[in-house]
Ligand binder design. Structure first.
Ligand SMILES: *Cc1c(COP(=O)(O)O)cnc(C)c1O
Length: 228
């Protein structure tokens, strides 16, 4: 198999989706979602030009981080985050996609302050209001965002969502447009800039791009089916 063939194909599909939406492809970052993906595979894709990778679990991330230290990888954290694990991420993760509660914001502030860094984050919104999913409910988003404005070592750059799974990805479109509208409203209400919308996965990233995604998080389509 040609090395990293999937990467080239996805980049082409991102480009066409941007063209359809009248957007510049440079506005969209491809993040490789690497849960269960081996460090060797990550290394291969890095060498093929993929620079941004996202992990879901702190333990798994720390192992890969050590093994791949020689590469200049831009690591993101995209999974549910327990407050007691925040301290392990400081200085290693450029963007946390999953801030969803005040207590987690407080912990990130505390640890970032200690480490002398400003941690960039996205607020994850439970856009489908599903009981089993992480993310702040849309109704609680404004309060959480307002609270983060008081934290000097934490900077919110935008919003993230994982919409309910739908067989037909067109059905996810209204969730993506809703996240964009929430972002636009926050920007107006608080006179801030929130440049990022992290939305879209293997089966629906093109729809997400049409609705304004700036980061698409792709696993299966890049690396194949997960074994776990
Ligand atoms: C696994 C995962 C992805 C990628 O999902 P695929 O369907 O494999 O592309 C994206 N975002 C998050 C938060 C994930 O956990």
């Amino acid at each position: 198999m040609e090395k990293c063939k999937s990467l080239k194909e996805i980049l082409l599909r991102i480009e066409s989706a941007c063209r359809r939406a009248g957007r510049d492809p440079s506005e969209v970052t491809l993040l490789g979602a690497t849960k269960t993906v081996s460090p060797d595979t990550i290394r291969d894709f890095f060498e093929c030009g993929l620079k941004v990778f996202g992990e879901n679990r702190v333990q798994e991330f720390l192992k890969k981080y050590e093994v791949l230290k020689d590469l200049n990888i831009d690591w993101h954290f995209i999974g549910r985050l327990q407050s007691n694990k925040v301290k392990y991420l400081m200085g290693k993760i450029s963007l946390i996609h999953s801030l969803d509660r005040v207590s987690l914001a407080q912990e990130i502030q505390k640890r970032a302050d200690k480490a002398g860094v400003v941690q960039k984050v996205l607020i994850e919104v439970n856009i489908g209001e599903e009981k089993t999913k992480g993310g702040v409910l849309p109704a609680d988003l404004f309060d959480l965002f307002k609270y983060t404005l008081s934290l000097k070592n934490l900077k919110v750059l935008g919003l993230m969502c994982i919409p309910p799974y739908t067989e037909n990805p067109q059905e996810a479109r209204h969730y993506f447009s809703k996240l964009r509208e929430l972002r636009d409203t926050l920007e107006k209400e608080f006179s801030v800039e929130l440049p990022h919308l992290s939305m879209g996965m293997s089966h629906d990233f093109e729809i997400a791009i049409e609705e304004g995604a700036t980061i698409v998080r792709i696993g299966t389509l890049l690396f194949g089916e997960r074994k776990r």
